[in-house]
Write a protein that binds this ligand. Structure first.
Ligand SMILES: [Fe+2]
Length: 190
């Protein structure tokens, strides 16, 4: 669905209007949700905790990207911007590597834009090639992005968010998605 492709690439089309407070809010929401989902899936507690960290930090590469793009402002072509934006997961991984984070945290961040059908980035991984932490993060990231107000649009209501996500179910690990549905249906807020 076009609407979702637009929203799924959030942080891509409006990157030059990077909003730190919205990004922090998003990180906190994702962090809380990935922790709950990892618990629901029965992951070891250490991995649940690691995912909470990854949830907070997953888009940190955008900070680097911003200064990179700001240096390229003479050529702000949309297609170029998209190419740069697709670097943010790798940039985040590179930034955090060697700073004491576990491989589980680092891989979850590196692959959080991989799609289950192999259409994501940076490595076009598919299915269980994608680390479980990244598969969990993918679902929660999309849900939280669509559920949050942005400078250019209001948040979608819960029913619409779920419909948009089901339209794009090919992107998600079905087992993770079903557990995610159980989690959000028992939570008062997204
Ligand atoms: Fe991201």
């Amino acid at each position: 669905m076009e609407e979702l492709s637009k929203t799924q690439s959030e942080g891509t089309d409006r990157l030059l209007e990077f909003d730190l407070s919205a990004e922090l809010k998003h990180g906190i929401a994702v962090s809380n949700l990935v922790y709950a989902l990892a618990m629901e899936l029965g992951l070891p507690h250490e991995q649940c905790y690691d995912l909470a960290i990854a949830g907070m930090l997953h888009d940190i590469g955008k900070l680097k990207l911003r200064s990179y793009i700001n240096g390229q402002e003479k050529n702000p072509l949309v297609i170029e911007e998209l190419k740069y934006v697709r670097m943010h997961s790798t940039l985040g991984y590179e930034e955090l590597k060697g700073q004491g984070y576990s491989d589980f945290v680092l891989e979850s961040i590196l692959y959080h834009h991989e799609n289950y059908d192999g259409s994501g980035y940076p490595s076009n991984l598919a299915g269980e090639e994608i680390p479980i932490g990244a598969r969990i993060l993918r679902v929660c990231d999309v849900f939280c992005a669509l559920s949050q107000d942005r400078s250019y649009r209001k948040a979608f209501d819960r029913r619409t968010v779920m419909e948009l996500m089901i339209d794009e179910i090919k992107n998600f690990d079905l087992e993770v998605f079903l557990a995610f549905q159980r989690v959000v249906h028992t939570r008062k807020t997204g």
